[in-house]
Design a protein around this ligand. Structure first.
Ligand code: ADP
Length: 511
């Protein structure tokens, strides 16, 4: 699909060479007036100071210089011829006739004519050079401005827009950019009024194939279209089409070719950058998926191996075990089965959270009750380590009991896992303004400072957790559930060692 782009109206840029040209007949009329002015000035001077007629030639030469500078070669030549005629008519005796009494004035006429012609030639040539230098300067400025705009970004869409805008502003024309996509030339971006028909597409393809500019002659509406190949060092990556009323001048053609070359480089760089970025993302995704897969399969396999081992021992060597040993084996298998259950539960919660299908059944609950549910899931693992300190007047607050208990289970499970076997785990809570703040703190291994902000990221495991089993899912699920309740969760160092998780929940149901 192509993008239709509505560029800003052209600014008051320095006009291009076509619009610079004034009406040519008007130049000649002005040149005539200047020669007449020189004649008048000569007559006035001649009235006050009696001069030899050849001295008055200076007025005409001055007039020719001025005309050559202002209007160029043609009007200056005409001025030289007209000067000879008027000089003869007004100043050579017999005056006010074209008759020449003294033949030596013929020499003055030739001198005036030749000098006039030479001056016209030299002056207009110098003037042309100045005009060309100015237009080169303008071209360089326009190219520089384009390249500055193009180098400011690496986004292909922004680059295309900048090219369209800049070309439209500089040449006052409609612009289209077609790019090769899977070996087919497709319209990528186009200004609002560029009507792209089959003929345009055929010509654009031709320009792309030949690598040369292709034009479409003026149509019934007086519009001309040109296609410039967007060529890099190795290939033609597309075509830039422009549509305007005037035929383009050689100067415009040169500038458009430079624009196309510059645009082609910028577009290619952006496209290559995008490809590299895509490839990098793909590699990254693959790497992550492999890491996740190996981490999860390890976590799934460990309890399974342990359970299978226990069951097979009991099945094959049942006679060797006394009741106590059998009980120990079964306890171990049960513990592992619960771990497996938690992991699978976490994986399910995660996918429901990500799919957005997690529906909260919010009701008012007492924190004691929620802790009771979590405690019943962790059973004797807590082994009297949990110390709960809640204020008498802590109000009930709105939560989904099952999900919020899961948050407490995950946090308590971590506290048990990452702290010494007999160390206490503390839960306290308070109401601050409209929030309930719950803290779960342990005296465990802690989390390195720089990793604190990342532990809630899915599958992230802190460097301090090496050697402890885990999937890196628990905290991200806690965060998902707490945020679904409109709350926040964070972690910080606990004074005296360990980690403290802080949950902040709204104390009332948000409307
Ligand atoms: P895991 O399955 O690895 O425990 P979690 O998402 O629950 O995954 O936790 C992410 C990481 O945060 C853990 O790998 C661990 O490094 C760190 N962590 C979480 N809780 C604690 C804690 N109570 N003490 C120390 N580190 C913790």
């Amino acid at each position: 699909m192509s993008n239709v782009f509505q560029p800003n109206k052209p600014e008051n840029l320095p006009p291009n060479s076509t619009s610079e040209k004034r009406g040519v007949p008007f130049d000649y009329v002005q040149a005539m007036l200047i020669v007449l002015g020189a004649t008048l000035a000569g007559s006035i001077v001649d009235t006050f100071v009696t001069l030899d007629p050849p001295n008055l030639v200076m007025f005409y030469l001055l007039a020719v210089v001025i005309i050559a500078l202002r209007f160029g070669y043609g009007p200056a030549v005409m001025a030289a011829v007209m000067s000879v005629v008027l000089f003869n008519f007004f100043f050579i005796p017999p005056q006010l006739t074209f008759h020449v009494a003294d033949a030596q004035y013929l020499l003055t006429f030739s001198g005036l004519l030749v000098a006039g012609m030479v001056i016209a030639n030299l002056t207009s040539r110098a003037q042309n050079q100045r005009t060309m230098a100015q237009s080169r300067e303008r071209e360089t400025a326009q190219l520089y401005s384009l390249s500055r705009q193009l180098s400011a970004t690496v986004d292909a869409q922004i680059i295309l827009r900048a090219i369209l805008e800049h070309t439209h502003q500089t040449f006052h024309c409609e612009v289209a950019i077609l790019l090769m996509q899977n070996d087919v030339l497709r319209l990528s971006m186009v200004t609002e009024h560029f009507e792209f028909d089959d003929l345009s597409l055929a010509k654009a393809r031709h320009a792309q194939k030949t690598g040369k500019m292709v034009g479409i002659p003026m149509n019934a509406a007086g519009i001309r279209t040109y296609f410039f190949p967007l060529m890099t060092a190795h290939r033609v990556i597309g075509v830039m089409g422009i549509r305007l009323f005037n035929a383009i001048t050689p100067e415009q053609q040169r500038l458009l070719e430079a624009f196309s070359a510059q645009s082609a480089l910028a577009i290619e760089a952006a496209l290559l950058g995008e490809e590299a970025q895509q490839a990098r993302l793909l590699r990254e995704k693959e790497r992550l998926q492999n890491a996740i897969l190996s981490s999860i399969s390890h976590d799934l396999r460990t309890p399974l191996v342990s359970i299978t081992g226990t069951l097979s021992s009991l099945r094959e060597n049942d006679a060797y075990y006394d009741a106590g040993a059998r009980r120990d084996l079964l306890d171990g298998a049960f513990f592992e089965a619960e771990r497996l259950n938690r992991l699978v539960g976490n994986l399910l919660d995660m996918s429901r959270l990500e799919a957005g299908s997690l529906k909260l059944k919010v009701e008012l609950y007492d924190l004691q009750e929620i802790i009771g549910v979590a405690r019943s899931q962790l059973k004797e693992r807590l082994n009297g380590r949990l110390r709960v300190d809640l204020p008498e007047d802590l109000p009930m607050f709105p939560v989904d009991l099952v999900l919020f208990a899961q948050v407490m289970v995950n946090l308590l499970d971590n506290a048990l896992k990452y702290s010494p076997p007999d160390s206490p785990i503390d839960i306290c809570a308070r109401k601050v303004d409209e929030s309930i703040i719950i803290e779960i703190a342990d005296r465990g291994i802690g989390i390195p400072d720089e990793e604190l902000p990342r532990i809630f990221t899915k599958f992230y495991r802190a460097s301090s957790a090496k050697g402890y089993g885990g999937s890196g899912l628990g905290l991200s699920i806690c965060q998902g559930i707490v945020e679904a309740h409109g709350g926040t969760i964070s972690a910080e160092h606990r004074q005296g060692g360990g980690t403290c998780f802080i949950i902040k929940l709204p104390s009332t149901v948000n409307a």
